[in-house]
Design a protein around this ligand. Structure first.
Ligand code: URA
Ligand code: CA
Length: 433
């Protein structure tokens, strides 16, 4: 087989075989196919698209390019959740103990991400003593005992995706739906998921800015799941404003604890119930959404989800007292209130810019080498549609430096206030399965 023929076929909009796609992925991973041919192939895919079958082949070729985590020693259907990323998205910290308390095993592999705040791993490390350096045997045993464990990303998962993603980044081929869909799905499958629940964000603070694009991505991933035999469901949720109120690592842990206590923000709680329901159904612990929501509400109300969260923290070296006393979390030196200069209604809260404001405080990383400050961040006091008076606090900046002028002006510039009440954005745009 010659790579030039594979490129030409895709350029001309023809369908590729499993063999041809595997030839490309394996060749690029082992270095026998060059960057310039791979670049041409990616651009041809960008313009010519791939059908569900081709996307399934691409996904599995990337899965098979490296190690796969074997979770077969864990009883039950392992359901993983993936979010395409937003601002202040604390759902994993809540969903993991929530669905585990309902009997779905949660065996989570987590890495350190780039972004406005850290990843799930960074957030958990805001809890004193907590660590993810456990062996695979300890990991499996803990999931069987407690239904919940988190392990750090290890081994050589989907090296083809790593290499291709880096090339896409410099060839203007990141925002191609078949390439994004196969990239995300390959990582979930290599990490051992039997079933996958996707939270595809849409709006200003999301990767997919429009609902149409978000839906197209979700449809592709659900179709890949069907092609490769992993039950996959998707929810399209709103990211036109940050989720919940807290943006920052320790601040989000506290928000997660509040939510597990039944006292969380309305939007965050509802999204967790929607995604959690899908996870219970995929894990065959609930027969329908009504049954699932009843079970999830039950483990919130009777305290068992929070209790499980505390046992999980303790099992991995963390201080379990944190769930009763979130004051033990790292705290920033300064809490500075940002006040509205006008009276009216919040009409817009630009999630991405608010995320940047949190990152400037040190809550997130711009490059892999950056250190992050677990204590800092922003706690919003309002959502779109809320009334606000001149002089009223709209956000609190948690900072370890006194100079917060840049963060403050970003917040004032990107939280918009007008005279007329806007329509509140819909939280769930669509549910697909
Ligand atoms: N996230 C991924 O994991 N892969 C992509 O291609 C885009 C976003
Ligand atoms: Ca939040």
């Amino acid at each position: 087989m010659r790579m030039v023929d594979v490129i030409q076929k895709k350029r001309d909009g023809e369908k590729l075989s499993e063999e041809e796609i595997r030839f490309f992925v394996n060749g690029y991973t082992d270095g026998s196919i060059t960057d310039y041919q791979a670049s041409a192939f990616l651009m041809a895919t960008y313009f010519s698209d791939m059908d569900a079958e081709e996307q399934g082949y691409l996904t599995m070729a990337m899965v098979n390019s490296g190690d796969q985590i074997d979770l077969s020693a864990i009883e039950g259907i392992k359901v993983d959740k993936h979010s395409t990323g937003g601002v202040g998205d604390t759902t994993t910290l809540i969903l993991a103990p929530l669905v585990a308390a309902c009997g779905v095993p949660v065996a989570k592999m987590s890495g350190r991400g780039l972004g406005h705040t850290g990843g799930t791993l960074d957030k958990l490390e805001a809890i004193e003593g907590f660590h993810v350096e456990i062996t695979e045997e300890e990991f499996v045993k803990q999931v069987n005992d407690l239904k919940l464990a988190v392990i750090g990303q290890s081994g050589n998962l989907t090296p083809a995706d790593k290499k291709l993603y880096a090339l896409r980044d410099v060839t203007a081929t990141v925002d191609s739906i078949p390439l994004i869909a196969s990239s995300i799905m390959s990582k979930k499958i290599a990490a051992g998921a039997d079933a996958i629940v996707l939270d595809v964000k849409t709006g200003d603070g999301a990767f997919m800015k429009t609902t149409e694009d978000a839906e197209a991505l979700a449809r592709s991933m659900v179709a890949i799941g069907r092609e490769v035999g992993r039950n996959t469901m998707a929810v399209i949720s709103d990211m036109s404003q940050p989720l919940g109120y807290a943006i920052g690592n320790a601040l989000e842990v506290k928000e997660a604890i509040d939510t597990l206590n039944g006292e969380g923000p309305e939007d965050l709680t509802e999204l967790c119930l929607v995604l959690g329901s899908k996870m219970l159904i995929a894990g065959e612990k609930a027969k329908d959404t009504k049954d699932a929501r009843n079970q999830l509400n039950q483990v919130i109300q009777d305290g068992s989800a929070l209790e499980l969260f505390s046992k999980f923290l303790e099992a991995q070296g963390g201080n379990p007292e944190i769930v009763k006393n979130p004051e033990l979390l790292p705290k920033a030196a300064y809490q500075i209130e940002v006040k509205s200069t006008t009276t009216g209604f919040i009409t817009k809260m630009e999630a991405d810019e608010i995320g940047v404001a949190a990152m400037l405080l040190g809550a997130g990383r711009a490059t892999k080498e950056d250190d992050i400050d677990l204590a800092v961040g922003i706690v919003l006091k309002k959502k779109i549609g809320d009334a606000v008076k001149s002089g009223e606090t709209i956000a609190v900046i948690h900072s370890n430096t006194e100079n917060i002028l840049q963060t403050e002006s970003l917040l004032l510039d990107h939280i918009h206030i007008a005279q007329h009440a806007p329509e509140r954005p819909k939280l769930i745009h669509k549910v697909m399965d």
